[in-house]
Every structure is written in structure tokens, then in C-alpha cells.
Design a protein around this ligand. Structure first.
Ligand SMILES: NC(=O)c1ccc[n+]([C@@H]2O[C@H](COP(=O)([O-])OP(=O)(O)OC[C@H]3O[C@@H](n4cnc5c(N)ncnc54)[C@H](O)[C@@H]3O)[C@@H](O)[C@H]2O)c1
Ligand SMILES: [Zn+2]
Length: 360
């Protein structure tokens, strides 16, 4: 088993990563909670695959278990669904001494985490992430949120879990597209701060090649995120490096109205653009963008895009990290080393015009 301790002023907790741990998680949860009752919040897919296994593990550890299910997918990260979940919690007479368990991908983690953050001004909760993206990214760091029609993740809170229990065996039922989504974030961790991980991913060469090593990969990603989160829990400085590829990626997602490219696909394209932007500025070693492109292709993520550079820059100009000096980007000093760098809009436009002329 891999274990990571996240130490924060707002509370410390462990991330435990072990294949097969879902069946044993009752004892791990009992070790951090004296609650009599737990409420599991999950989505219908995850619950139908693994609900009975989780319920049995919790009952064996002496918990009384209720569950609240939401429809799968981003469409559930809404005010309406959030209100329904809170209403269900009230119907179940959930009290301060109850424990919430977020059991699912990033959607469940964000929604259940936010409900736990604000219901009765805050309840303790546990994350059991079930997608690769949730296991390497969204379950770590305490960010919770729901979407508004005006934008994603606009209403949320920081709320750290009591423990994160990660079972890589659950990935066996996850489809290829969602595995690739998680791989985009994993490649990101390698690119911004872990060259050794990046080289290993190059050696594994494909999703199938990486899967047997997932416990180890997840550990390295969570540990990298831990370092950034411990330095900067509220995302005002170093933690922003986790957004490598995301300023470009968010713009790409928006331009396709969130239908054309998934988040991971957009971030994959964004990472290549960020690397090539760094190269054009003379800050990133030449060839880094092509190296990223090769690995992204190997992990079944897109490397080609046909967009108008002016439109891309326009959408990027809405990024909340920007200031009056220009676009605040995360660039690579080398593979495995990142920096925060502000580039003026006119200069970024010229660079992107050149990069996009070659369709990346
Ligand atoms: N809080 C954070 O720090 C943070 C970071 C990154 C992303 N996010 C959020 O995460 C969300 C995306 O998360 P996601 O990609 O996990 O999507 P998701 O939660 O919608 O899960 C994707 C799909 O996989 C299914 N699924 C989940 N686990 C499964 C399993 N083990 N086997 C088979 N199917 C399974 C789900 O039912 C769903 O249909 C976004 O809303 C994003 O904003 C949050
Ligand atoms: Zn992301």
C-alpha cells in the first residue's frame, strides 16, 4: 500500500492507495471516524457496479449506511441537483456527527464535497475516487464546486476530506476515453515536476502498458499534487502550476461548447501549445513540444486542432489568472520543471498564429 500524508493548517489527512482496498475500506474509515451513520453520495453507474461492495465493507465496520444517488455526468453538478442532494440529506435527518462519503468520479467528488462543506455549515467527509482523473487529481486538494449556467465551478468551497481511499482496481471497468482523460493529467504532472514519471510514461508507451503500474503512477501524481497544495492551499501561487495546459485547454473546451473536446483532450492540446509557446519565447528547450506531442498521441489523446488563433486568444483573455500585464501562463523550463510567466497579449497572438498555422 502507498500512503501519503497531506499536512495543511485546515487539517491533515492521508491518501491511501492500494489495489483491492474497496473491500477493506470500512476499517480505514473507522480509523478516522467515530460516526455511527454514513451517507454515501454516488452516481448511478458507480453504485450499480460497486455499491454493494462498499455497503458491505461499511456495515462490517459497524456503520449504518444510507445512500443518495445522482445521474452520472457533468450535468449533475448543478444548483438543482445540489439542492436535491441537500434535501435528501435533510430527509435522512443527517446531523453533524454523520459522515459523508463521496464515492465516484470528479463530478460526485465535487458535488458531494461541496454538500459536505456547507450542509449544516460543514460535515466531515471521505473521498473514494473511482475514475483515473479523480484518483490522480480531483480527490486531492480539497477543492469542491458546482457549475452555473454562466460557467464551470463558479460556486464552491475548500473542504479537505478526512481520508482519501483509492483503489486502482476500480479502473478495470472505466472506459478508454475516461482513462485517456486521466492520462492527460498524469502526463501534466510529469511535465511540470516529475521528469522520472514522464520518462516512465514514455517507456510504458500506451494506456494498456501503463495500467499494470497504476498504483505507482497514482502515488507519484498525488504526491506531486500534495507538494503544490501544501505550499499554496488556496491557489494563489505555486498551486497554479497544476494548471499547465489549462489556460489553452479551457479556451478550447469553451470554443467547442464543451462538446467537441473533453477536458482531458483539451488539456492535452493545451500542453503542446504551452510547450511550443515556451519554445517560441526562448524559455523552453526546442523539441519539448514535439516530445509532449508524441506521448499524448501514444495515450490516445488528440494532437491536432483547427482553430482560429484570434478566437483562441479571445477566449484565453477571460482566464481569471490574467492581470493588466497580460496572460499568466504556466510554461516549461525543461521537461519536469515549470514556471509561471506573464506574456503580453500581442506577443501571445503572434506566437499562436505561427503555431496554429501548422495545426500544432
Ligand atoms: N476538485 C478538483 O480539484 C477537480 C480537479 C479536476 C477535475 N474536477 C472535476 O471533475 C469532474 C470530472 O470528473 P470525471 O472525469 O471523473 O467525470 P465523472 O465523475 O463524470 O465520471 C465519468 C464517468 O465515469 C463513470 N464512472 C466513474 N467511475 C467508474 C468506474 N470505476 N467504472 C466505470 N465507470 C465509472 C461515471 O459514472 C461517469 O459516467 C469535472 O466536473 C471537473 O470540474 C475537479
Ligand atoms: Zn484538469
Amino acid at each position: 500500500m502507498h500512503e501519503i500524508k497531506v499536512r495543511l493548517p485546515s487539517g491533515s489527512y492521508k491518501i491511501q492507495i492500494e489495489a483491492g482496498s474497496l473491500g477493506r475500506c470500512g476499517d480505514q474509515i473507522r480509523a478516522v471516524s467515530a460516526a455511527e451513520r454514513v451517507v454515501v453520495i454516488s452516481d448511478e453507474n458507480v453504485w450499480s457496479l460497486y455499491g454493494s461492495q462498499l455497503e458491505a465493507a461499511l456495515v462490517n465496520a459497524g456503520f449504518l449506511v444510507d445512500s443518495i444517488l445522482i445521474p452520472p455526468g457533468e450535468g449533475s453538478k448543478t444548483m438543482e441537483c445540489f439542492a436535491r442532494v441537500c434535501g435528501n440529506m435533510a430527509d435522512l435527518h443527517v446531523q453533524r456527527d454523520h459522515l459523508i462519503i463521496a464515492f465516484g468520479g470528479g463530478v460526485v467528488g465535487d458535488l458531494a464535497g461541496f454538500a459536505a462543506a456547507v450542509y449544516m455549515r460543514g460535515l466531515p467527509y471521505v473521498q473514494i475516487p473511482t475514475t483515473l482523473l479523480a484518483q490522480v487529481d480531483s480527490s486531492v486538494g480539497g477543492k469542491t464546486a458546482i457549475d452555473l449556467p454562466q460557467g464551470k465551478n463558479l460556486v464552491g468551497a475548500f473542504h479537505q476530506p478526512q481520508i482519501v481511499i483509492t483503489d486502482p482496481d476500480l479502473l478495470k471497468t472505466l472506459d478508454k476515453r475516461h482513462l485517456a482523460e486521466g492520462m492527460a493529467e498524469i502526463i501534466k504532472y510529469g511535465a511540470i515536476s516529475d521528469e522520472e514519471l514522464f520518462v516512465k510514461l514514455e517507456e510504458y508507451g500506451s494506456i494498456e502498458g501503463a495500467l499494470p503500474h497504476m498504483e505507482d503512477i497514482i502515488f507519484h501524481c498525488c504526491d506531486t499534487k500534495r507538494v503544490f497544495v501544501e505550499q499554496d492551499e488556496r491557489d494563489g501561487g505555486e498551486r497554479q502550476k497544476l494548471n499547465f495546459g489549462h489556460s489553452f485547454g479551457h479556451a478550447i473546451e469553451k470554443m467547442g461548447l464543451y462538446r467537441k473536446h473533453s477536458h482531458g483532450e483539451a488539456v492535452a492540446l493545451g500542453m503542446v501549445m504551452a510547450a511550443k509557446t515556451g519554445e517560441a519565447l526562448g524559455l523552453t528547450p526546442i523539441g519539448t513540444g514535439e516530445r509532449l506531442k508524441r506521448i499524448i498521441q501514444a495515450y490516445q489523446l488528440p494532437t491536432k486542432i483547427n482553430v482560429e488563433y484570434k478566437e483562441l486568444v479571445h477566449h484565453m483573455s477571460m482566464d481569471k489568472k490574467n492581470d493588466h500585464e497580460g496572460h499568466k501562463l504556466i510554461l516549461l523550463k525543461a521537461m519536469g520543471k515549470s514556471m509561471i510567466y506573464t506574456v503580453a497579449e500581442a506577443e501571445l497572438s503572434t506566437i499562436l498564429e505561427d503555431i496554429l498555422e501548422l495545426a500544432l
